[in-house]
Write a protein that binds this ligand. Structure first.
Ligand code: SF4
Length: 491
């Protein structure tokens, strides 16, 4: 009997971006601007998207759908129903909760003060504990996403104003969050005290005054023609209302631990993250990698697409020609039905194919951004050898991923991470390369303009390379083997 068709995810050997958020205050066609912003943030989540718009008569209208932004918001009828000058949108990649319409954000609820929409990027690390307590108090959860915890904490807060209730809520949660909330009165943006996930502020000038934009990345400001104003700072809450914009610091001034992997892989290369252009940073990371792990070769080949800028930096620094020796098929989509074993065995070729003339008879340096399980790397190396490479060396623009992320990036459990199970030599043998090298942690920090990693005061979250989890992992405290951390924070 033939095998049953299987749906597989081809890029499941990469950490996955978490979510993208976008909000507009005081603009004509706020929902259309939000759809454009979400389109620019599509790389941060492809499973589902949603928009909640606030009309001028105080009515909230929402539309959510599974799939890509273009599919969900291309219908003129859908867009014309999302009337209003304010809107909040969200792209989802599920880090908690299954993929179902009930989990698609922005979440919306009616409170005694009126409606409130919330969109959240990140992952709460005490949401299970909070949820248990909230359910005991009678709260009925409609979804399985951790974002709903905010809704219930706001609902039961004893504070009077919406803003005070929201601040009361953020003070109770632990984890990484960049969130945008909207009610009939204000648009609010907030980042967790360590600012792990990004959130930027932009402005659109118009005849009717300023429009304000909040977004995960600057590429979403660019697409709507907004100017970048500044990053929302770690622990900052900004309130945008009829009086303008004001900043509140419920946690005081806090030290940043921004996600270092945003520079390596997650952020779009044309974004400026925490004041640093991502594209140039990736080139600098590649140059640092070349200085740390030089090898004689004929050609530097990126594993597309995210390995391209670092491979360019590597090639320039090493003085070795850069060639697109692997071509990526952009039209595979995230999943593909594999009907038979034979087709399944073709594996990676659906997404990547070797550009034989650039590889045949050459000593190749492959540059990629990370190795998670190692399964895709192995297939790519096989493909490059089959195309006639005489030597294959792999260089990785991040340190070995030895720990899972609990702060909003979907990584496999620790036991599935190749670098958690094997040393670099073993990894090289399993993947089938002549040599394998990762950028060092200090080298990565140097590429970001720091002298190296200050272990007493690290400038970034780098827990997936170090196990140094700066935010308590309350919900996993009873699973030390899953965390494998040097420091498991207490409840
Ligand atoms: Fe980013 Fe890694 Fe920290 Fe997760 S653990 S926030 S991926 S640096």
């Amino acid at each position: 009997m033939p095998d049953m068709p299987q749906t597989v995810t081809y890029d499941d050997d990469k950490p996955h971006e978490e979510c993208g958020v976008f909000g507009v205050w005081n603009a004509i066609d706020a929902a259309a601007l939000t759809a454009l912003g979400l389109h620019a943030l599509q790389h941060r989540g492809q499973e589902a998207s949603g928009i909640v718009a606030l009309s001028e008569n105080g009515k909230f209208n929402a539309h959510r759908g599974l799939g890509l932004v273009g599919d969900t918001f291309s219908d003129a009828k859908v867009m014309s129903a999302l009337k209003g000058r304010c809107a909040v949108g969200h792209n989802r990649y599920a880090t908690t909760g299954e993929t179902a319409l009930r989990n698609v954000q922005p979440l919306f609820a009616e409170f005694e003060f009126g409606g409130l929409a919330v969109a959240h990027n990140g992952n709460l690390t005490n949401s299970a504990a909070l949820k248990r307590a909230l359910v005991r108090r009678g709260c009925l959860f409609q979804s399985s996403t951790d974002t709903e915890v905010f809704i219930h904490l706001i609902a039961i807060s004893l504070y009077g104003s919406v803003l005070d209730r929201l601040i009361d809520a953020v003070k109770q949660v632990q984890g990484a969050y960049s969130l945008i909330a909207m009610y009939d009165g204000a648009l609010i943006g907030a980042r967790d005290p360590m600012g792990v996930r990004p959130l930027v502020l932009g402005r659109l000038g118009g005849a009717e005054g300023n429009s304000w934009i909040l977004a995960s990345e600057t590429c979403a400001l660019d697409i709507v023609g907004a100017e970048f104003v500044r990053d929302i700072e770690p622990g900052e809450v900004v309130v945008i209302d009829g009086q303008g914009l004001r900043s509140i610091r419920p946690f005081g001034r806090t030290a940043s631990r921004f996600c270092i992997f945003e520079y390596v892989y997650f952020a779009r290369p044309d974004s400026i993250v925490e004041g640093t252009p991502v594209y140039e940073t990736r080139k600098r990371i590649g140059a640092e990698l070349a200085r740390e792990s030089a090898v004689s070769a004929d050609v530097v080949v990126p594993v597309p697409d995210s390995g391209v800028p670092s491979a360019m930096g590597y090639a320039v620094e090493a003085g070795i020609p850069f060639e697109l020796g692997i071509i990526r098929n952009h039209y595979v989509g995230r999943t593909f039905i594999e009907p038979t074993d034979q087709i399944r065995n073709l594996g990676v070729k659906l997404k990547h194919s070797a550009n034989r003339p650039m590889i045949e008879g050459k000593r190749v340096i492959l540059v990629d951004d990370s190795i998670v399980r190692g399964t895709t790397s192995k297939k790519i190396v096989e493909m490059v050898r089959q195309a006639g490479a005489t030597e294959v060396h792999m260089r990785i623009s991040s340190p070995p991923t030895t720990h899972s992320c609990f702060y909003g990036i979907d990584t496999p459990e620790r036991r599935q991470l190749m670098a958690a199970q094997h040393d670099v030599e073993e990894m090289a043998r399993i993947i089938g390369v002549d040599s394998l090298a990762f950028i060092s942690l200090d080298g990565l920090y140097r590429a970001l303009g720091k002298p190296g990693r200050d272990s007493l005061k690290p400038a970034y979250c780098d827990a997936c390379f170090t196990g140094d989890y700066a935010i308590p992992l309350t919900d996993w405290a009873h699973e030390p083997e899953r965390i494998g951390a040097r420091s498991i924070a207490a409840e």
